[in-house]
Structure formats: C-alpha cells, structure tokens
Write a protein that binds this ligand. Structure first.
Ligand code: BGC
Length: 753
C-alpha cells in the first residue's frame, strides 16, 4: 500500500489525500484482526494472573508478554524524533550503553515545515529502522496534538496548528514507521494542548471543534495510517481523564474509527481501576496499582468480568502478533544511528528551513562576503537532548556554527562570539558556567554584547543566532511568554547599530515575538531544532546551495495577546499547579507511599481550560478576526519566484479538483509548497474565514513549468453537525483560494459543491 509521490519524475503532480498512501481501501485496522483465532487459543491457555500481568508495566519501558507460552514482552521507547537512549529498568536515568546513540531527526514543527508527506513517510521509516535495531516493539510517537498556544511547551514536538496538515503528516509518519515492523503509539490522545496543569486540567471543548480540529490527526493516523497503538493523554477532556474517557476511547476510537489495537496510558496517567478497565485503557504505564492486583480482585468479586480482561489482552496480542519481536541476541548489536537514517534527517532539515524575510539581498550569502561574524550561543548549543521525554542521544550533531565553518572553508573567515548568556534551566550547565543565565528573562550581559559588537563591526555580514532552547520550550511547563529570552533584543539592537548587514537565524521549536528584532534584521530565517545534520542543512541554505522551501506550520503572532486563547482570556489559567509526571510518578525523584500519592492527587488543582475560541485556532482566528500576525501560517520565501498560472477547478460528488501551471522563474532549482484554502462566502453554518484543504510540495528546475493537480476529498469538506451528532455536508458556493501562504493568495476560483 506504500506509494511514493515521485515528484521529480512526475509530469503531473498529484497531491492531497485522495491518491495518497494513507488512503488504502482496506482498513488497516481490520488487518490487525487476522490472528484473532490464534490469539483466542492463546488466551484460553492463560491464567487470570498472566492476563493481568499484561495490563501494566513490567519495567519503565516494557509491559509483559507470556513467557510460558512464548509470547515476548513489549518493548517501548520514546519518540517522537529519535529512538531515546536506553534507560535503567525502573527509571529514565541512562543505562550507560554504548550502542544506543540514535539519529536525531528534526523535531515535529520542523518536519511539519516541510509540508511533505513523502518526507514524513521517510522520517517514520528511519525511526522504524532504528527502532528494530534497538529491539523496540512500540515507539511512543508521533506526537500530533494541535499547537493551540504559541507558548505551548511541546510545540516543538507537535506538528502544526492545522488539522489537515497535521493529519497528513501523522498518517505518513505512522505508515513509514510501521512499514519497518514496529508499532507507533500515537500521542497524546487527546486535546493535550497545554503543559500547565497537564495532569489535572479539564479541557472543555465543544464536539464540533473536537472532531474538526483536535481529533483529526489521530483519526487519520488510526483509520488510514493504521496506528496500532494510542497513548491517552494526561489531561481530562470534558470531565473525564483521557485514560478513562468513554467518549474518546470507546465511542470514537474503537466505535467509530474501528481501532483494533491497544492503548497505553501516558506515564503516570492512569487514574483508577474501574474507570480505566471500563472506559478503554489496556495498559497502565507505569505501575500496577490500578491495573494489577485490583483487576484480579475485581474479577474475583464479580465487579469486572474476565471477558473484559480477555478483550484487553486480545487487543494487546493483536499488536504483539503483528510486530515480530526482535530476538535478544539480535537487538542492540549494532549502533542505532544508521547512515541512511541520518541522510533522511538531512533531507528533512534541508526542506524545513523557512526564510521569513529577505530584504536587501543578504541571502544567499554572496561571493563578496569574506568575513562573517556568527553571534549567539544558539549557534553552538546542541539541541538533541533536554525537553524531558523527547531527547535523543545522537551519534553526533552538526551545530549551526560547525555547518557554516565547514561550508565556508578557507575562503571565508568565520568568527564567533556567544553574544548572550543562555538559560539552561534544570537540564543544562550549573550556575558555575559563566555563559549560563540564571533566568530566561535575564538582561543582556554588557561584556558579551561588547565582544559581539566588536566582531560585528569587523565583519562583512553578521549572522545572529537567537531563539529559545530546550530548557525554555520543554515538556512539563509552558513558556511564560514568547519574548526572545536572555536579552536577545538588546544584543540585536547593538549588533544592528554596529553592522546593518544582519541576518537572524531563529533556533527554536515554536514562535517568538519578533516585534523588536524584525525592523533591525533585513533577513530572518526560522532554523528549528533540526536534527543531527541541522547545521549542514542550514549552511546549504545560507550559502545558496539549495533554495529554502519550508513554510510555517503555525502562525507567528505579532503579540502573544493576539493569539486566540490569550485574546479570549482562556489561558493562562491562574491556578498554580504541579506537573503530575514530576510530582506523582517519578519514583526516582519522589519517594511516595500510595496514600501520599492519593493525597497529592486530591490536593492537586483541578483547573478547567475552556476552548471557547472553538475552531478558530491559529490562522483560522487571525483571518476571521482580521488580526495581522507577524508571519502568517504557510509563509516561507524562496530564492526564486514562482508564477502561478490560471487555476481550473471542478466539483463532483467525490470532491473538488483543481489544476494550474506552476513555473519556477528563477535561476536555481527550488521547491514550492502550494496551498489550497476553501472559503464559504454564503453559508448557514458558521465557518472560519478560510481553511486549508490541500497542499503539495513541487520541485521545479529553473524555468520549468508543471501542471499541479490538487484534490479535496468530499470528506474533508464536511463539518460536524451537532444537531445530528454526525458528519454532514453543507452544499453551496465555495471559493477556492490558491496560494503560497495563507496571506499570499495568488488565484481564486468558485465552484458549487
Ligand atoms: C510524556 C510522553 C512520553 C512518556 C514516556 C511522558 O511524560 O508525556 O510523551 O512518551 O513520558 O517517556
């Protein structure tokens, strides 16, 4: 069922979901049931104790099989952008292995900036190849929650603020990973859009928004991508914890989407025995206090049936049978990181870099530039680890400075100064490090600024590396704001005064406030946390070996207050909370008795997060409310111009078809990401101003023209009708807006659908 879009060979480019690999006619979920008869024969031989042993963790990263019957344990690893370093059996501390250095792939928002289903597939495949080398059965990823808040601590792990883009990439990532014989565990299901109070917050979201925005990526990865396992999130959705949420797990996931695999709670995210057993959880990770002995007791007293236990075991075994265990003497005999996977990481990084602004022709760096001053610690800091769960121990990581120096060679002198102290928080260097800031909002250090300015004065061009780091954007907490940290604006002011030929490269996973920096920097690049070859890819773009082709997967608001949840007063929620994961689960940090744990949970704040902005997430909000962002969703410049020829559009029962000629009118090969939005000029139902419905990445040689074809499946034009409690179509006049970004529409057409 795997089918690549071979863009270079194709004369016609077909995009969107209709013909994608992720739209197999046979439900991949149904394929999981092929072994049910064998599985039932196994279950018939198992004792109740053996069955229940499978419903909770065995170690921090495994759950039990049935050794007596030759059924292997399930081995897990994080996800989502590299196979995580091996930890000790009962914690996350390093096991000290030598062969577990993995490929560090660009993080989620970087992958999403490629807008490439093909690269998402390859990325997943790379993860799958390395998962097998490590003997892993289930990878905890991809992480596909919608980026609702600009400050979200896990924005960098997640893909996009848009459900269609997220869903496509989630689906292809899933397929790619599972093609190698390992299961994904798609996470965090669902509506885990904030880290603040994530362990107790109740996300209150209306059914239409839930379906159209927050569940879409999961739905496609499950239904079309065939995701074999799903991780219920820490939070509650509309009153019930995700790990015991009847509506999410039993009604929607299993009932409507036909999910046949198993669910694994987020680590420490199981909350009760009856709730979890009755409402859709299979495996408690970690611990056995809910899905261990209490299940046995409940069956014995008749509170739970053994048939329910059998059902849970059957769902786990379907995945166990679909994923062949890697024998112990084969696993971990080779270095995890493989050259072909590092090559995939490089290709993703190359296509992810977003040129936000390019005035005055500073980029690509011209042959006349002989002396470059690289300023800013983000040019030298590695980004593979930190951020809690999602770090990777990479085999190596090419930093931006290393990439630039290597590409510059002898002909160009590259000097470097740190420019600012970096806040490395809990994960980084201690206070003894003279380059460590005590707080993320610490002002600029005059001595470091003076040193940077001296280099800038001497240089032909300044490359300023700003942005955040993985202590600032991290799992477990949201950012306090989106301001550039550690006095970076002050540094930029001083640099611009010393040398106006200033290019800024932002190294971050999420958006930052660029109001001060933007007028001072004629060229700005979003460089992401771009994996093991990130510095190589960045240098290729800066020096013009390749044209930048990434497009923003989320909006850069001008001001944080402009963004939907902030404008509506829905965030931040004022109750100070503690992170459930840190406080309640980490036995290595907190020694607690079960009673103490229960008391802590009861004492935790139980805040609500009200999603009253509805479906107006990201650009849907800015468009509808006519709020101008700093950089719009889908924005990204190239070194060439693309001409969009006139669009032909037709509508039929199955959906909408669009075609148009696209020409690269520049002097180098380049990719364009074309985007098709739909607006409904007249409608009874309320819609955002416009919505992305299809996209394609198109590679064009200089001067080349191709016909691009886009298709919008009818299903993607549906809305959730709350009166009917079902998907529905609103027929009528549709305006098709075709462009290079959500704020750069080049062609319009109308159809009746
Ligand atoms: C995170 C998950 C992760 C798990 C195991 C949790 O804290 O939310 O994304 O997979 O830890 O590391």
């Amino acid at each position: 069922m795997k089918k690549f879009l071979s863009l270079s060979a194709a004369s016609l480019v077909v995009a969107a979901s209709l013909f994608s690999a992720c739209s197999s006619p046979v439900s991949p979920q149904d394929r999981l049931t092929v072994n049910d008869a064998r599985i039932d024969a196994v279950i018939a031989q198992m004792t109740l104790e053996e069955k229940v042993e499978m419903l909770h963790s065995k170690t921090n990263m495994s759950s039990a099989g049935v050794p007596r019957l030759g059924i292997a344990d399930m081995h897990y690893a994080d996800g989502p952008f590299g196979i995580r370093e091996e930890g000790v059996p009962n914690g996350f501390q390093s096991a000290g292995w030598q062969l577990d250095s993995a490929t560090y792939f660009p993080t989620g928002s970087a992958l999403a900036a490629t807008w490439s289903e093909d690269l998402a597939y390859q990325y997943g495949k790379g993860m799958g190849i390395e998962a097998r080398l490590r003997g892993k059965d289930v990878i905890l990823g991809p992480a596909v929650n919608i980026q609702r808040l600009p400050v979200g601590g896990r924005t960098y792990e997640y893909l996009s603020e848009d459900p269609i883009l997220s869903a496509a990439l989630a689906c292809f990532y899933t397929e790619g990973l599972q093609s190698q014989g390992t299961a994904v565990c798609i996470k965090h299901f669902a509506v885990n859009n904030q880290e603040t109070n994530r362990g107790s917050v109740d996300a209150q979201v209306d059914e239409r928004t839930l379906r159209e925005i927050y569940l879409k990526p999961f739905e496609r990865a499950v239904r079309e991508g065939g995701a074999m396992s799903v991780m219920p999130a820490y939070n509650k959705v509309n009153g019930a914890y995700c790990s015991e949420n009847e509506h999410l797990l039993n009604e929607i996931l299993r009932g409507e989407w036909g999910f046949k695999g198993y669910t694994v709670s987020d680590w420490g995210g199981t909350h009760s025995t009856m709730g979890a057993m009755l409402h859709g959880l299979n495996v408690q990770m970690t611990g056995s206090n809910y899905l261990g002995q209490p299940v046995i007791d409940s069956v014995k007293t008749g509170a739970l049936t053994e048939e329910l236990v059998n059902e849970k075991v059957r769902q786990i075994l379907r995945v166990r049978f679909a994923v062949e265990a890697v024998p112990d003497d084969v696993a971990n005999t080779k270095m995890t990181s493989q050259p072909e996977c590092r090559d995939i990481a490089l290709r993703v990084a190359e296509k992810s870099i977003v040129l936000l602004k390019n005035e005055g022709g500073l980029l690509p760096l011209s042959a006349g530039v002989k002396k470059i001053a690289v300023i800013g610690q983000n040019a030298v800091l590695k980004t593979q680890s930190g951020g809690m769960g999602a770090g990777v121990k990479a085999l190596y990581e090419v930093t931006p400075l290393e990439g630039i120096r290597k590409r510059a060679g002898e002909a160009v002198e590259v000097s470097y100064a740190p420019g600012y102290k970096n806040f490395r928080g809990r994960w980084g260097a201690g206070a003894a490090d003279p380059l460590a800031a005590a707080a993320s909002d610490e002002p600029a250090d005059p001595a470091l600024v003076a040193e940077a300015v001296a280099l800038a004065r001497e240089a032909d061009l300044v490359l300023f590396f700003g942005g955040t780091n993985k202590s600032i954007e991290t799992e477990g907490s949201d950012r306090a704001g989106i301001d550039l940290p550690v006095g970076q604006n002050e540094v930029v002011k001083a640099l611009a005064a010393a040398n106006p030929r200033l290019v800024t490269v932002l190294i971050s996973g999420g958006p930052t406030d660029l109001r001060e920096l933007e007028p001072l920097s004629p060229a700005i690049v979003q460089g992401w946390w771009n994996g093991t070859e990130g510095g190589t890819a960045l240098a290729e773009v800066l020096f013009g070996d390749i044209a930048p082709s990434g497009k923003l997967p989320f909006t850069f608001p001008a001001r944080l207050e402009d963004s939907p949840a902030f404008a509506m007063g829905n965030f931040p929620n004022k109750i100070a909370g503690q992170d459930l994961f840190m406080m309640l689960y980490r036995d290595d940090l907190q020694k607690m008795s079960p009673e103490e744990r229960r008391a802590q949970i009861a004492a935790m704040p139980q805040p609500e997060s009200v999603y009253s902005e509805g479906s107006l997430v990201g650009y849907r909000w800015y468009d509808t409310k006519e709020v101008k962002p700093m950089y719009a969703f889908g924005h990204g410049l190239s070194y060439v111009d693309f001409d969009y020829g006139s669009m032909k559009a037709s509508a039929g029962k199955k959906g909408i078809k669009v075609s148009f000629p696209l020409t690269n009118s520049g002097r180098m090969a380049a990719d364009e990401v074309v985007q098709l939005y739909v607006r409904r000029p007249e409608s009874r139902v309320e819609w955002p101003y416009k919505e992305l419905k299809a996209f394609a990445r198109v590679s064009l040689q200089p001067g080349e023209t191709r016909t691009v074809r886009l298709e919008i499946p009818a299903d993607d034009l549906r809305y959730w009708n709350v009166d009917k409690n079902a998907w529905d179509l609103e027929h009528g006049r549709l305006e098709l807006l075709l462009g290079a970004a959500s704020d750069d529409i080049r062609q319009k057409a109308e159809v009746r659908f």
